[in-house]
Write a protein that binds this ligand. Structure first.
Ligand code: ADP
Length: 630
């Protein structure tokens, strides 16, 4: 934020000197505009003696954690190269391109010959690179949620740690996720009431044939907990790590490893105080993110996942024995006597040999951005090539490729999760107004509901793929958007989204239908039926079970969404100590993995809000065990 303020202040100083004149030199300044992720990006370009003297970003409303590196580096790149044909900053492509466009716009206004500023710029040759050897205790590959949690845990134990992050900024896909964290939480859940008829949906996980002993044990435990809860006449949100585990197991069609799932749900609860000990603030209210199946979704006080990520980064940066190397890509694992002992990595000008005394943690995220891998493993959906993705650009499956070379076993690679709530332009999550699945309606282009809105993500997406143009509207009302300043999970206010045209609004259902461009009678009928079901007058004909409020509080909002690739559930097989397992079922010495790069936990379908606890819980386990050579 400080950076943003100083950018604005410096631009105000320039403006106060007059839009086109610099009394200190002969520079003339020109304004230009480009389109960023969240609206216009404006720059001011100073020209002197036919050269670009300076480029300043003077106005923008991008998310700092994502766009910051572009805002910081692109102006200098342009000035150094005297060209707008420079590389964009990886991971912040949209903002980088906006800065280039804005600079081009300013140059056009200046009336210069554009060709003079469009020359291509050479990058460092491989032969010019120097080689460096480093030694540490733990090398963590990937600076997203899981990698930073692993590094923090290892640092806390006193180990020397190096985090390699190939992008110019940490955060990975974690930072652009909605920041939803599912966990049983006695304190918060017991402070909130729940609709008692929601308990009926638990028959789906309790009245079933157990798959194994642990499954049976968990079913019996939850049944006991439920009986006690009812006998005591409680009305707060019923929950437990055991129920969370049963829902995650059934939600993933029993494909996931129940032992790891139970470890995840227990760890999710236990990690809340760990996050708080690092200074992370957690909202008091729990909700239910789309596809979560139960109201146990926590949000952090700072937007998206920035709270935990900042806490990890601060801890690592403040440490004298841990560091993050940005723009440094891990290329290969070093193996000696069947043990992983380090990593070969590279940056723009250096090749690194990094020795790890204790262990290497792979936390490189998923493979949604690797078209070859998606194509190879997309056996369930077919034709995923056309879809966008919610993931960061670094989600290219590097960890899977590296570990496969040391004989790591892959599990569940064919389970690729799509989301029904992609931005129609980018496939990303921005503009998604879903903030409470228990209150939202999904409506197709005919104005009809078509799927229980509290269903699993694969059911939701499959149903959406069967609708006209594969498009739907998400409807929420003033029960959740109590005023225009209420933000969605992506730090966007509902008023901003309406102003940008991403969301339409109506004070009546008719007005909403008109603004959506759907049949008003159909929409009215859909809402009336829904409200009767909420009142308990009828059973919802679409089959939604977890419902909270009627859709009757104006203003009403609708945002259009499409399917998008969200999470790759398959990956490296791990055991409960986060050791990577080889194709003979044995531990690969010295190698650990955590986060989206692993497979076998979420089964065929990951519950919404279960990815972040996965990064925290298994990140922490991997970092701890790597530090302890366990
Ligand atoms: P997770 O949720 O599992 O932590 P993320 O997507 O949040 O996954 O983070 C993974 C991080 O790993 C991203 O920041 C990505 O840029 C980084 N990464 C991926 N491949 C490499 C690599 N070869 N070297 C270094 N960093 C990598």
């Amino acid at each position: 934020m400080k950076k943003l303020v100083s950018i604005i202040l410096s631009s105000m100083m320039v403006l106060s000197l007059g839009a086109c004149g610099d009394p200190k030199g002969n520079a003339s300044t020109y304004d230009g505009t480009g389109e960023g992720m969240h609206g216009d990006v404006k720059v001011q370009v100073a020209l002197e003696d036919g050269k670009i003297k300076d480029v300043k970003v003077v106005e923008q409303s991008e998310i700092e954690e994502i766009a910051g590196p572009a805002i910081e580096r692109m102006p200098q790149r342009i000035v150094d190269a005297q060209s707008i044909n420079v590389d964009t900053v990886t991971g912040a492509t949209v903002t980088s391109t906006a800065i280039l466009e804005a600079t081009k716009d300013a140059l056009t206004k200046a009336g210069v010959n554009l060709e003079d500023f469009e020359k291509e710029v050479a990058t460092t040759e491989e032969s010019d690179k120097e080689t460096k050897e480093l030694t540490t205790d733990v090398v963590v590959i990937g600076g997203g949620g899981a990698g930073l949690a692993a590094a923090t845990a290892a640092e806390e134990l006193g180990a020397d740690v190096i985090v390699l992050e190939k992008m110019p900024a940490t955060g990975g896909s974690t930072i652009i996720s909605g920041g939803q964290y599912n966990a049983y939480d006695k304190k918060r859940q017991e402070a909130q009431e729940m609709r008692q008829d929601n308990l009926e949906s638990l028959t789906k996980v309790l009245d079933v044939e157990p798959a194994n002993d642990l499954h049976e044990e968990l079913i019996n435990t939850v049944q006991g907990q439920l009986d006690e809860y009812k006998a005591n006449g409680n009305t707060y949100i019923f929950d437990s790590p055991e129920l969370h585990a049963l829902q995650a197991f059934e939600g993933g069609d029993r494909v996931g490893n129940l032992e790891l799932i139970y470890q995840l749900t227990q760890g999710a609860e236990e990690s809340l105080p760990w996050l708080e000990s690092l200074g992370v603030e957690i909202e008091d209210h729990v909700g239910m993110v789309t596809g979560a199946l139960w109201p146990r979704t926590h949000q952090f006080v700072t937007p998206l996942m920035t709270g935990p990520l900042k806490a990890y980064v601060d801890r690592i940066n403040d440490s004298d024995h841990a560091e993050i190397m940005l723009e440094t890509c891990a290329d290969e694992l070093i193996v000696e006597d069947n043990k992983v002992i380090g990593v070969l990595a590279s940056s723009e000008d250096t090749n690194y040999v990094i020795n790890a005394n204790n262990g290497v943690v792979i936390a490189t995220g998923g493979f949604a951005r690797n078209h070859d891998l998606i194509k190879k493993y997309d056996t369930h959906w077919g034709g995923l090539d056309d879809l966008g993705s919610t993931n960061a650009m670094g989600a290219t499956g590097d960890g899977i490729i590296m570990a496969e070379k040391v004989n790591a076993n892959l599990v569940g690679m064919d389970w690729i999760q799509l989301l029904p709530v992609g931005n129609p332009e980018t496939g990303g999550m921005s503009g998604n107004i879903s903030i409470n699945a228990a209150d939202q309606l999904f409506v197709n282009l005919n104005g009809e509901r078509f799927v229980p809105e509290d269903a699993r993500r694969d059911t939701l997406t499959q149903a959406l793929l069967e609708q006209p143009e594969h498009k739907m509207f998400i409807l929420q009302d003033a029960h959740d958007y109590t005023d225009g300043n209420v933000k969605n999970d992506f730090n966007e206010t509902i008023d901003e989204l309406v102003e940008q045209g991403q969301v339409v609004k109506g004070d009546t259902i008719e007005e909403l239908a008109e603004n959506m461009g759907v049949d008003a009678d159909n929409l009215k009928a859909a809402v009336e039926t829904y409200n009767k079901a909420v009142d308990g007058e009828i059973e919802d004909p679409i089959g939604k079970q977890v419902m909270e409020n009627k859709f009757d509080k104006a203003p009403f909002y609708a945002g259009i969404r499409v399917p998008t690739i969200h999470h790759t559930m398959g990956g490296l097989e791990i055991d409960s100590d986060a050791h990577v397992i080889n194709q003979d079922g044995e531990i690969i010495d010295g190698l650990y993995a955590a986060g989206e790069v692993t497979g076998g936990i979420h089964g065929s379908n990951r519950l919404g809000g279960n990815a972040l606890p996965d990064t925290v819980v298994f990140g922490k386990i991997a970092g701890t065990n790597a530090a302890n050579k366990n």
